[in-house]
Design a protein around this ligand. Structure first.
Ligand code: AMP
Length: 405
């Protein structure tokens, strides 16, 4: 390990969880990673994985994000992963919504933090939690470089014709009602990686990137830049997801409000965000593994949920083929995209007219890289995403550039 290497933490804070990875940079080596779950609930679960497949787990009552960060740092010292707090030179935080303020990663100064909190309307489940994680680290390690990396930043290159909604202008001007997209860090990472795998410059390439996990989005990428993406003002839009509807006719909202008598916007939001998608249709689960298992048993609702899911992704691929005038590669990533050969096959079935031919002998569980037939005009790639690495790289870049508040 080089003497100049520094330890950088990549954080992903949820409302009751903190996911983290500790890197040696610039070597990009993961030294340890883990998660604190059930923060604020009884019996929080604290897990660290490190070294040669070693694992440390502890159950404790961790009531706040700040206590979670404190415990994390203390345990890293206790496990001899760190010798002191000072070894950590920077921390990067995933932030879901950057709105129109943030088009790239930034050092977190006070005004940045208040803007992240102000943007809670765009990501009500995520931004307040992201801000809590940032505050917790700032309190305990106030002097290290703290960087916010936004899920929306990669989509800042979308042209206005793609990010505007056909609503009266004033709603954009007064309330910034527009498409922001999400999963940008992941779409960016797989785009970069695909250019290396194909050994071609990003500037010559057109991609359709499919980040399909519990949340799912599809992006059209030209010259390494996002041109259009399926998620919208919030991560509810686009393809069907684990518990989210994806695109629907907006007139269904007032219609269902009247029919059900549910006039609470919060409750309606909850139905569209948490009770729909694979879960809503199957009535079984939001988890694709459960859907696939139930489909195998011939359960009608699971078959429908599976078919609807694949069909929604296929339709976005079709749209983006038109937007980009073809594509050099279709990329699959995230939980379902990386792991499910059967979902990939279903999405791409009968698309040979487009020059898309999957090679089923390559499309296997656990595969990485090219899964298209040699004769396929469009390459099909499976690329495990690595948002944490992008975060760590951005922290290191801004730290080396001596960016401070
Ligand atoms: P993510 O949000 O990226 O963690 O992805 C979670 C989704 O990936 C869940 O729907 C999981 O069921 C799905 N997933 C993970 N592994 C597999 C697998 N081997 N086959 C099918 N789906 C999977």
């Amino acid at each position: 390990m080089s003497i100049k290497s520094s330890k950088i933490m990549a954080m992903n804070a949820g409302s009751s969880s903190l996911k983290w990875q500790l890197y040696d940079m610039p070597e990009e080596v993961v030294i340890a990673k883990g998660i604190v779950e059930r923060i604020g609930l009884p019996n929080s679960i604290f897990t660290v994985k490190y070294g040669n497949k070693e694992k440390f787990e502890k159950i404790a009552n961790i009531s706040t994000h700040e206590l979670a960060v404190q415990m994390l740092l203390d345990e890293l010292i206790g496990l001899h992963i760190l010798s002191s707090y000072d070894e950590i030179k920077g921390v990067g935080h995933r932030v879901v919504a950057g709105g129109e303020y943030f088009k790239e990663s930034v050092v977190v100064c006070d005004d940045v933090l208040s803007k992240i909190e102000e943007l809670a309307a765009l990501a009500p489940l995520h931004n307040p939690a992201n801000a809590q994680g940032i505050r917790a680290f700032k309190k305990i390690l106030p002097n290290i470089t703290s960087v916010a990396v936004f899920d929306t930043a990669f989509h800042a290159t979308m042209p206005e014709e793609n990010y505007r909604y056909p609503l009266p202008n004033e709603y954009y001007e007064k309330y910034q009602a527009r498409k922001y997209g999400a999963h940008g860090t992941s779409h960016y990472y797989v785009t970069q990686k695909a250019s290396k795998i194909l050994n071609r410059s990003l500037h010559d390439l057109k991609f359709i990137t499919c980040h399909i996990g519990n949340g799912a989005s599809v992006t059209a990428v030209r010259n390494g830049q996002s041109v259009d993406t399926s998620m919208g003002f919030t991560p509810l839009a686009g393809v069907m997801m684990g518990t989210r509807t994806g695109d629907i006719d907006p007139s269904l909202i007032p219609y269902l409000m009247e029919k059900t008598g549910i006039y609470s916007t919060q409750e309606m939001n909850n139905i569209f965000n948490k009770k729909s998608g694979l879960l809503g249709i199957s009535g079984i689960s939001s988890d694709m593994r459960d859907i696939i298992a139930a489909r195998k048993e011939g359960k009608k609702e699971a078959i429908l949920a599976f078919d609807m899911f694949a069909n929604r992704v296929k339709k976005y691929i079709g749209q983006y083929f038109a937007v980009l005038n073809g594509a050099d590669a279709i990329i699959f990533t995230a939980g379902i995209g990386e792991n499910s050969a059967v979902v990939r096959s279903k999405i791409l079935e009968e698309m040979d007219w487009f020059g898309i031919e999957i090679d089923e002998s390559k499309n296997l569980p656990g595969v990485e890289g090219v899964i298209s037939a040699d004769s396929s005009k469009v390459k099909i790639l499976v690329i495990p995403t690595d948002e944490e690495l992008v975060i760590a790289r951005d922290v290191e870049r801004l730290r080396q550039a001596l960016r401070t508040c």
